[in-house]
Design a protein around this ligand. Structure first.
Ligand code: BDP
Length: 615
């Protein structure tokens, strides 16, 4: 007996040697973007990294975190799919490695590692030691690594990424029962399932007594409420807001680690789309022996609200002119590329748009900062695209928890951007009894309605200063839409239904818009409408896939909207052509509904929109 017990203990110890503990990323650690100032430090360690595919998922067992051998080079940020041979459609495990010094001058500070986005699951090691894990693409995560680094040499950062679509993940793997939709690689959404470290990776430092979170709330009378969370010994905070040649100051006293301050700016210079004025906020912490930490943040003073017909920015109606977009470009896929970000804003301005939706996931932080500076309004979307309801209640509940976590992460990351006016919590969820011919509306049920109610509650609890919505698919249940502050619908009359019949399509749209407004008495936003358009294809009489058809289709929808005072905006699908999986309705593995091509050249419709919008 004794022998058996000893044998068992030895076996358990063996397991323990191999079992590593991964801390789950804490959402509070992504509240403030890394900042370089006189008290904080930040190094972007993006560049060319080591990379290795792990198709058999052997890396952990073989301890690849102790140094990648036989690796190849890959760019970070960037999707892996188009950089190397034979991994375009790969769904599985891969490993990334980079070596980096942490400057000795940072000693005494807390050191963090921040990953902008790893699609989908990530595990992180520093110098071979497990430091943490995160689930979900398109959102950042960070871990404190102070005790894991060395000061007298390079630090090996290893990140395992895995991008398999699974039924308990969001976006959801598998297809809804009865769906005709399929593509290769198989995904329940209409964009290419790019994988990898798609956004910059940072090593940054915080002072021991640090500011950990700042939440702003602004009012039209110039009141700026500032909530601060901190850590350490500091007892006093100082707030300074600078703008239009003046400085406004306030003190913040903490109770425990939380404090609030209010600054009143008389005759405030408001932030809006035509004049996106930003004040500078500087928060500093004082221990009594001097300033220990400082964080600077731009502040736009503005409010967002709705009445029965319109969205109100600073109390005045604003009509949303714009697009649904994607992060997508040849070679680097969904990787952050600063020139593309700048170009997209140039084109949004050129065409006269004032807004867009970050379909179908949160975008890189630089997009959000640009929107604040450029006065572009953002509907900020979570990664919950293509949710569906099947008979597997456990899976549905697991997805719901993932959605809630993603809502919390998104709001924590983006809550201080004046450009963000609405949180969109899902795109085109499918009901359990969906009619995929899209000819009649599916019924809702208790499970799905409660699912969405919980998501709305999560968002409103985290931020009650903005609007909240879900975007409904053609043929989806109306009941879900009623939960939103603005009724948001994607419609493809005269494309997927009533093919080639623009006038009939416009009539169907007109009728449905009236019905929705009568039913809910809320403003209605058409968040998608569009037609695939092969650039350079023309016809004297508009015909599907030609540039003329796209233009006439868009014109007909916009003309209908103009007759309805309760339509508060029209977002065309899509801003640019983008890559998808392969399938018969996706010629060349592309969605061609862009008003601009994938390399940002205007189609006929772009010129038409400019003539209509950019007056
Ligand atoms: C909508 C989806 C969007 C698709 C679009 C289309 O929201 O992601 O790309 O249709 O079919 O259903 O072009």
């Amino acid at each position: 007996m004794k022998k058996v017990l000893l044998g068992c203990m030895a076996y358990l110890m063996l397991i323990n040697v191999n079992a590593q503990e991964f801390k789950i990323a804490n959402v509070n650690d992504i509240a403030l973007f890394p900042q370089q100032n006189e008290l904080r430090n930040a190094i972007n360690i993006s560049g060319i990294w080591k990379f290795k595919k792990d198709a058999q998922n052997l890396g952990e067992k073989e301890q690849w975190y102790n140094g990648l051998t036989n690796s190849v080079s890959i760019a970070v940020p960037g999707s892996w799919n188009e950089q190397l041979e034979e991994i375009r459609d790969y769904m599985g495990h891969v490993w990334y490695e980079q070596n980096s010094y942490v400057p000795a001058s940072w000693k005494g500070q807390k050191i963090f590692l921040r990953v902008g986005s790893a699609n989908y699951a990530a595990k992180v090691w520093v110098n071979g030691k497990a430091v943490g894990s995160h689930m979900g693409g398109h959102l950042p995560f960070a871990f404190e690594i102070t005790n894991d680094i060395v000061w007298n040499g390079t630090n090996r950062i290893t990140i395992q990424v895995e991008n398999i679509l699974k039924p308990n993940r969001v976006p959801v793997g598998g297809l809804p029962p009865g769906s005709l939709f399929n593509s290769n690689p198989s995904a329940n959404f209409d964009f290419f399932p790019y994988g990898g470290l798609q956004r910059p990776v940072w090593i940054y430092s915080l002072p021991k007594n640090s500011i950990n979170d700042i939440t702003l709330k602004t009012s039209l009378d110039g009141t700026v409420e500032i909530k601060i969370k901190k850590e350490g010994l500091a007892k006093q905070g100082t707030i300074k807001i600078t703008g239009d040649g003046k400085v406004y100051e306030a003190a913040c006293t903490f109770i425990g680690d939380e404090g609030t301050a209010t600054v009143k700016i008389p005759n405030p210079h408001l932030w809006d789309t035509k004049d996106p004025y930003l004040y500078n906020l500087s928060v500093s912490l004082n221990t009594g022996k001097g300033i220990t930490d400082k964080y600077n943040l731009p502040v736009g003073i503005r409010t967002v609200a709705v009445n029965n017909n319109q969205i109100l920015l600073n109390g005045k109606p604003v009509f949303l002119k714009g697009f649904g977009k994607h992060e997508d470009f040849p070679i680097f896929g969904k990787g952050t590329a600063y020139p593309v970000i700048v170009k997209d804003y140039t084109l949004l301005k050129w065409v006269g748009a004032n807004s867009y939706r970050t379909s179908h996931y949160p975008y890189d932080e630089e997009y959000m900062d640009m929107a604040d500076r450029e006065g572009i309004l953002i509907i900020d979307e979570t990664p919950a695209v293509g949710l569906y309801f099947d008979n597997n209640l456990d899976m549905v509940n697991e997805r719901k928890e993932v959605c809630k976590q993603q809502i919390k992460e998104l709001i924590t990351r983006d809550k201080n951007h004046p450009s963000v006016i609405m949180w969109n919590l899902a795109n085109e969820p499918f009901a359990a009894k969906m009619d995929f011919s899209l000819s009649k509306k599916a019924p809702s049920d208790e499970v799905s309605l409660n699912f969405f109610k919980e998501l709305f509650k999560t968002a409103k609890d985290a931020d009650d200063t903005r609007l909240t919505s879900i975007v409904g698919v053609q043929g989806g249940p109306d009941e879900w839409l009623g939960l939103s502050d603005v009724i948001c619908i994607n419609r493809y009359y005269a494309w997927y239904t009533l093919q080639g019949k623009i006038a009939e399509g416009a009539a169907s749209l007109s009728k449905e818009l009236d019905d929705l407004h009568t039913q809910f008495n809320k403003p209605v936003l058409v968040t998608e409408f569009g037609a695939d358009t092969y650039p350079g294809m023309h016809a004297d009489q508009p015909e599907m896939f030609t540039e003329e058809y796209q233009k006439e289709f868009i014109k007909a929808y916009l003309d209908v909207a103009d007759t309805k005072p309760f339509v508060c905006g029209m977002h065309i699908w899509a801003f640019t052509d983008f890559k998808t999986g392969q399938g018969v309705i996706r010629f060349g593995g592309m969605n061609w509904k862009g008003v601009f091509t994938r390399d940002r050249k205007p189609k006929l419709a772009a010129h038409y929109l400019k003539s209509r919008w950019a007056k």
